[in-house]
Design a protein around this ligand. Structure first.
Ligand SMILES: Cc1cc2nc3c(=O)[nH]c(=O)nc-3n(C[C@H](O)[C@H](O)[C@H](O)COP(=O)(O)O)c2cc1C
Length: 320
C-alpha cells in the first residue's frame, strides 16, 4: 500500500508473523528503469517472503523492472491491475489495464521471460461499465495462458470516473461470490481474495470455502497484531503466536540502526501506532508516539516509555 507498507512497516509486520507473504508498495517500472530510483527496491533480508509490486504497462519496461526486482532478491513480482488513482490512470497502468487483457498477458509474458521468480497479478473484478461475470474469466484466461499461476482479486470494481482512490476502496460493492466462481472456473489457478477482510476468522472462512489465499490491506496496517500475531499458527499451522510487546522489543535495535544512519524516529513509529489497537493502553501508546516521535533527539527511549505506559494500563485493567 503506497506510503504505508514501506520497508519499515514490513520489518515490523515480519516480527509479528514469520509465514505471511508481505508486499511492497507499488513501485512504477518507469521510476526504476527510466528514473534509476533503485533505492525503491531496498528491503531487509528478514522481510522474506516478500513480493515486489510493479506498476506499468510497457512489457519491455516491466520486464527490466522485474529483472531488477528479482536480482535484488524479491521472491515474487506482482503486476498491479487494480489501482485507480488518476496519476496511475494517466500512465495507463493500474485498474485501467482490466480493459486490456491482451496487453496484461504480454506484460506477464515479458516479465516471466526476464526473471526466474514467480510473476503474479493483482486485479479488480472489472472497471466502470464492464460486466465482471464476462470480462473477469476472459482476463484470467489470458493471464493464465501467459503463465501466471497466482492472482489476487480485489473483489470490487474500480470506477475510474467520479470516485477518488479512497472511495474506490469502499463504495463499489464487494462481490466475493464472483471470486468463488472464478476458483470453480480456474481450479489450478492460485486465487487470493482481497477487500474488506478485517479478521482472521473471516480469512479462515474464505480458505475453508476453497480459496487459496487472503490478502489483508487496511486492517493489517491499522491493527497489525490482530491480523498477524496468530496468523502463523491459525493459517499456516506452524509456529506460535507473537506479541505486540515482543515486536516492540524487536524494533528497538532496528530503530537504533535507522537513527544511526541518519533516519528519523517518526519514519518508523508511524507504522507502530496500531500495535495495541483495542487493548488497554492503546490510547497512551498512540499519544506518546505521535506527540514525541518528531521532537528533536527522539529515540528508542520514547518507544520504551510508551511501552511502559501500556504495561501500566494493562496492570490496572487486569486488577480492575
Ligand atoms: C493507503 C493505501 C494505499 C494503497 N496502495 C496500494 C498499492 O500500492 N498497490 C495495491 O495493489 N493496492 C493498494 N491499495 C489497495 C489495497 O491493497 C487493497 O486492495 C484495498 O485497500 C482493499 O483491501 P482491504 O479492504 O483489505 O484494505 C492501497 C490501499 C490504501 C488504503
Amino acid at each position: 500500500m503506497m506510503d504505508w507498507t514501506d520497508r519499515h512497516c514490513r520489518y515490523l509486520h515480519r516480527l509479528l508473523s514469520r509465514e505471511t507473504l508481505l508486499y511492497t508498495e507499488m513501485v512504477t517500472a518507469p521510476a526504476l528503469v527510466r528514473g534509476g530510483a533503485l533505492h525503491l527496491l531496498d528491503h531487509d533480508p528478514s522481510e522474506h517472503p516478500v513480493a515486489l509490486q510493479l506498476g506499468g504497462s510497457d512489457p519491455a519496461e516491466l520486464a527490466r523492472a522485474a529483472r531488477l526486482g528479482a536480482d535484488t532478491g524479491y521472491d515474487e513480482i506482482n503486476l498491479n491491475c487494480g489501482c485507480p488513482s488518476d496519476r496511475v490512470q494517466s500512465g495507463a497502468f493500474g485498474a485501467v489495464l482490466m480493459q486490456q487483457p491482451g496487453l496484461v498477458a504480454d506484460c506477464v509474458d515479458a516479465m516471466r521471460a526476464a526473471c526466474d521468480v514467480e510473476v503474479t497479478v493483482k486485479c479488480r473484478i472489472g472497471v466502470d461499465d464492464q460486466n465482471p461475470e464476462e470480462i473477469l474469466p476472459e482476463f484470467l484466461a489470458r493471464i493464465v495462458a501467459a503463465g501466471c499461476t497466482r492472482v489476487t482479486i480485489h473483489a470490487r470494481k474500480a470506477w475510474l470516473q467520479g470516485l477518488s482512490p479512497k472511495e474506490n476502496r469502499d463504495i463499489p460493492p464487494l462481490d466475493y461470490n464472483l471470486v468463488h466462481q472464478m476458483k470453480g472456473l480456474f481450479p489450478n489457478l492460485h486465487i487470493s481474495v482481497n477487500g474488506g477482510v478485517t479478521s482472521l476468522d473471516q480469512a479462515e472462512a474464505f480458505l475453508d470455502a476453497g480459496l487459496d489465499g487472503v490478502m489483508v490491506g487496511r486492517s493489517a496496517y491499522h491493527a497489525p497484531t490482530d491480523i498477524l500475531a496468530s496468523a502463523d499458527r491459525r493459517i499456516y499451522g506452524r509456529g506460535t503466536d507473537r506479541s505486540a510487546e515482543a515486536a516492540v522489543q524487536g524494533m528497538l535495535p532496528y530503530i537504533e540502526a535507522h537513527l544511526a544512519s541518519g533516519g528519523r524516529l517518526g519514519q518508523i513509529t508511524r507504522h507502530m501506532l496500531g500495535l495495541f489497537a483495542g487493548r488497554p493502553g492503546a490510547r497512551q501508546w498512540r499519544r506518546i508516539l505521535s506527540e514525541g516521535a518528531h521532537k528533536p533527539g527522539a529515540g528508542p527511549e520514547l518507544v520504551e516509555a510508551a511501552l511502559a505506559e501500556v504495561a501500566a494500563a494493562q496492570e490496572i485493567a487486569a486488577a480492575g
